[in-house]
Design a protein around this ligand. Structure first.
Ligand SMILES: Nc1ncnc2c1ncn2[C@@H]1O[C@H](COP(=O)(O)OP(=O)(O)OP(=O)(O)O)[C@@H](O)[C@H]1O
Length: 241
């Protein structure tokens, strides 16, 4: 892999609107850690922040740069710098065959077709799926589709990989297999999750609340406060029933 250490993700006075709503309300962060978790309740703005970090949302104001590249404005740089894995692989897979799917991102990065095909085959082989090239993407199982999305992203060797709860709904062996693939990823991983356990071993955890940063620090500091608040709210809600 090209990347060997953490990238520098700079989020400056970021505000994002969806329709009439301001969903990210002024976030400033400098992230230089290899493993970063993002926690927060439903609707707090985690996915919107992730999309802005991947350059998929044009901020209302402020900006996100990764290693100096403005991710929303410089699409070619964005493709090399950052990849994002969504919860539903159906939203990510667009080609009828596996090889076309893996090759596409590489072509978008500017690799000529033969080089893109060579890299795509090499990536499939690296993950023990050298025989998948001609397979129909529609015929893959859910777990296989997740793996294909992961291989397609890793083939592009992004400096930063953002995971927007990609493994919810997978069975335990499939999730463990995909996590093993990710554990060896040398670049920066940003993992969005509701489950603090998933990011307990990470270097840094961000807690997003109502579009802002509620807490930021090592997991040992942020997770207990997050759990205490979520548990207390759960108890209150139950008392109201
Ligand atoms: N297209 C849209 N137009 C207007 N508001 C939207 C749109 N998409 C999402 N929102 C709202 O923006 C807020 C943040 O959504 P976002 O998906 O970023 O939250 P989240 O923390 O990822 O939530 P979850 O954990 O449920 O996935 C939510 O209140 C949501 O209802």
């Amino acid at each position: 892999m090209r990347t060997s250490g953490p990238s520098s993700i700079a989020i400056d006075a970021l505000r994002c609107r969806l329709g009439e709503r301001e969903v990210i309300c002024g976030i400033d962060l400098l992230l230089q850690d290899r493993r970063i978790g993002i926690l927060g309740r439903n609707g707090s703005g985690k996915s919107t922040l992730a999309r802005a970090m991947a350059g998929l949302i044009d901020p209302a104001s402020g900006r996100v740069t990764i290693d100096g590249a403005d991710i929303a404005r410089d699409r070619r740089a964005a493709l090399a710098k950052v990849g994002i894995l969504f919860q539903n692989p159906e939203h990510q897979i667009i080609f009828p065959t596996v090889l076309e799917e893996v090759r596409f991102g590489l072509e978008q990065m500017g690799h000529p077709k033969p080089e893109a095909a060579r890299r795509a085959r090499a990536a499939l082989k690296r993950f023990g799926r050298g025989d998948w090239g001609g397979r129909s993407t529609a015929a893959l199982s859910q777990g296989q589709k997740h793996l294909l999305c992961l291989i397609s992203l890793l083939a592009m060797e992004p400096a930063v990989l953002i995971l927007d709860e990609p493994f919810s709904g997978l069975d335990i062996p499939t999730e463990r297999a995909l996590r093993r693939v990710l554990a060896s990823y040398p670049g920066t991983l940003v993992q969005i999750t509701h489950d603090p356990q998933v990011v307990a071993g990470y270097e840094r955890v961000l807690w997003i609340e109502a579009g802002g940063l509620r807490a930021d620090g090592p997991p040992g500091q942020v997770i207990p406060d997050y759990l205490a608040e979520m548990t207390a709210e759960g108890a209150d809600a139950f008392a109201d029933l």
